[in-house]
Ligand binder design. Structure first.
Ligand SMILES: [Zn+2]
Length: 156
């Protein structure tokens, strides 16, 4: 008989928040460096194996999104290009480029904070995501979206 375990459920939500907080710290770092404030971490077996934040200004490279940095770092850590059994935590919904890159990594799960109605993959082309990649959204949504709003407001 399977007993529904509420405690376990609560715990799994907590774990997502713990790692999203780490991604959020990186987003704040990006903000301080005058980059679009998005941060990402990749977790494997309870350990952060890759981190990144948006570096498009510093590197003068439109592809230098937080997720791309994190994918490269995680692949270097693992010594292989596939990120099976890994979870990406990113403060904002991935764009189609990053969703496309995540497809190639075959990552198991993606957890994101704020939705991006304009540039997010889901409103552009949800099919770009690997069918086996599980998606969770809305973790620390308010904080993640507030940081983005604050950034773009300061740019006006
Ligand atoms: Zn992206």
């Amino acid at each position: 008989m399977r007993i529904y375990n509420f405690e376990e459920e609560a715990e799994s939500v907590n774990v997502d928040e713990i790692y999203m907080k780490e991604a959020f710290k990186l987003a704040q770092k990006a903000y301080e460096e005058d980059e679009v404030p998005i941060g990402a971490v990749i977790v494997s077996q309870g350990k952060i194996i890759g981190k990144g934040y948006n570096l498009t200004e510093r590197l003068n490279d439109v592809t230098a999104h937080a997720e791309m940095q994190a994918f490269t770092a995680a692949a270097n850590f693992l010594g292989g290009k596939y990120l099976k059994d890994c979870t990406l935590y990113v403060t904002v919904e991935p764009c189609v480029m990053c969703a496309g890159a995540s497809y190639w990594t075959q990552i198991s799960r993606i957890v994101y904070g704020a939705k991006d109605e304009k540039r997010g993959y889901a409103s552009v082309n949800p099919k770009i995501m690997h069918p086996k990649t599980l998606i969770t959204s809305g973790i620390m949504e308010a904080e993640c979206s507030e940081l983005m709003k604050r950034f773009f407001k300061s740019k006006r």
